[in-house]
Design a protein around this ligand. Structure first.
Ligand code: ADE
Length: 254
């Protein structure tokens, strides 16, 4: 497992970027934080990516989102958009801390309920199967996130391992790897955002609100759509608490 030792921990946190894939997840935070959309975001010309910025109690806060697919008009979810956006964002904004906030499925057998907000302690992929020695481990790509014991204790957040793949549903092959990743929650961006953040030694927190119970017997897509606003509200409340908690602290104090 990759250890994250060389993250920027020398300066107090003064600039935070939240990477949020879905507009339904991002906009409540944008409104509540009174962030302003950047008409000329620092991204390559023509990409649909969005940036909203503002200041909260001295903390520079940006929310970036991969925007909509130009043909289908739906949110650009998944690892490819997530990684590209994270790359461009780090280059442009040099944040002290990245927060990938979004929704996830959760396993009730591991203590997840709809509306819970989790901090992922570790993240890995479940859809990069390469059955060749060593490449199998590379595919899984297990990566630790930064340690945040004070954040977890003070905000009373649940924590667990996250598994990332590009599907909302779960094939039998995915299920096998998710279980061997010991995951409590499952999403579509976390491992990719963490990979890019680690490339540039930017600390990252993966904050995930549960919309659906994977081992609950209901169709995932139905439960996901039904609970999107419940999870969005939870993410709004906890997202702001996290911003207030990290403001002005060293990474080592989280
Ligand atoms: N986001 C919300 N629910 C999810 C699930 N079950 N799998 C992947 N991403 C999700």
């Amino acid at each position: 497992m990759a250890e994250v030792e060389d993250v920027k921990s020398v300066a107090k946190i003064s600039t935070v970027v939240m990477v949020i894939a879905m507009q339904a997840e991002a906009l409540p935070l944008v409104e509540s934080l009174k962030l302003i959309e950047d008409d000329t975001p620092p991204f390559p010309k023509g990409v649909p990516w969005l940036k909203y910025s503002g200041v909260r109690d001295g903390l520079q806060v940006h929310i970036v989102s991969p925007g909509k697919d130009d043909v289908l008009g739906v949110d650009n979810v998944g690892t490819v958009s997530g990684a590209l956006l994270t790359y461009a964002t780090i280059q442009a904004l040099q944040p002290d801390l990245l927060i990938n906030a979004g929704t996830a499925g959760g396993f009730k057998a591991k203590g997840a309920s709809v509306g819970d907000v989790f901090v992922a302690t570790e993240v890995a992929y479940h859809d990069r199967r390469i059955p060749i020695p060593i490449l199998d481990k590379y595919g899984i790509g297990a990566t630790q996130t930064i340690s945040t014991p004070n954040l977890l204790a003070i905000l009373e957040l649940k924590n667990g391992k996250l598994s990332t793949g590009n599907s909302l549903d779960m094939s039998p092959e995915d299920e096998e790897l998710i279980k061997s990743n010991d995951a409590t929650i499952k999403d579509m961006e976390g491992a990719a955002v963490a990979y890019v953040a680690h490339l540039f030694s930017v600390p990252v927190i993966l904050l995930k609100a549960v919309t659906d119970i994977i081992d609950g017997g209901r169709p995932t897509s139905e439960e996901f759509l039904e609970n999107l606003s419940v999870a969005g509200n939870a993410l709004l409340k906890i997202g702001i608490q996290v911003l207030d908690f990290v403001n002005g602290k060293y990474i080592t104090e989280l």
